[in-house]
Design a protein around this ligand. Sequence first.
Ligand code: COA
Length: 388
Amino acid sequence: MDTKNIGLRDIEVADTKISDIDGERGKLIYRGYDILDLTKNSTFEETSYLLLNDDLPTRTELEEFKQRLIDARDMPRQMQSNMRNWRKNADPMVMLQAFVVALAGYYDDKGENDEQINYQSAINLISKMPTIVASWERVRTGKDIVDPDPRLSHAANFLNMLVGEKPDAETERIFDICLILHADHTFNASTFAAREVASTGAHMYSAVSAAIGALSGPLHGGANHEVMKMLLEIKSVDNAESWVKERLNRGEKIMGMGHAVYKTYDPRAQVLKELSKRLAKKTGQPWYDITEVVEETTIREMKKQKGIDIYPNVDLYSASLYYMLKIPPDLNTPIFAISRVAGWTSHVIEEKFARAAPKPVLYRPKATYVGKYCGPQGCEYKPIELRQ
Ligand code: COA
């Protein structure tokens, strides 16, 4: 087997107009716009519109889009009661995946082949996923669910539903920037999972639920939870260097470091690093400083041990940042999901209705069979009593 095909690295499977990464120069664009510009000037609502449509909205289009998002925030009441029956220590990613696909049960017409219905499903998912995540946090900690507040922005509404308190303007903006930064990233594992499911003609909720499953893995979105576990284990700046060296000497990976596409600093990590530093100054907590030592030590050791240049990815500094925003670490990955859903749904729509080239087809890669071979007739089936 040609080794370059392992993990489908460098294999182009479709054209996309949604986003692009320049891994050599550390650039990420959404529909032609630099992510760094969007973090300075845009909001998550506007960025979601941009991803779902082909360009930035006019003022009227944005107002209409925001209203549609606000109108879709509520979660069905029956789902709230169902949530109360779950084990309180259920993994929030499992909850999210299950409740996202359960949402489909509330729609008779899921519009597998209707673009407008898919667009409304995208709005539903972008709006309802934060409600599901925040409601689960309230239920599992024995608190009342906080209803969505139509006066609040997408970012502020989520934090309000999560902690039962409106965030200050700085916290709202920091969280909004995090949502913008995580909203899309071309054909990453979860987006590819969504597109692959969509290519079968399945509905949007199924595709997004599959994407959530893919995101949950520690090599993908699950890394930001692993990073916070690592920081909590390291505890203090003084322990950080030796902790990292020990892990690397044992051949283990340092979560939040390395990337399949970026060969330089991930632009999202740069922004998150600055925000984490800002919050560390405000809160006096050590997590930013520890992360910086983790970064520096990993870079130095990887160069020394393997001659490899390695850089932080999006998960390294988001972990400390969310922790300082008082978000429980096991919600780091669900929060990644409530942002990335804007990208997933845009990709599902593109996969189904707007692919430039090649024409949409069912994804069906090939594998090399290296299993048992007993000749052209196949192996002889032995009755169970004759097997040893
Ligand atoms: N810590 C230690 N070593 C690492 C590493 C890390 N985070 N990331 C890569 N490496 C090493 C690998 O062990 C490998 O060494 P080897 O050639 O001696 O086996 C080499 O660098 C190349 O790694 P590889 O896994 O082939 O690189 P990749 O580009 O395919 O991997 C990731 C990308 C993301 C899977 C990988 O960097 C990783 O597992 N990172 C940690 C998990 C993480 O943060 N995921 C979130 C991604 S956004």
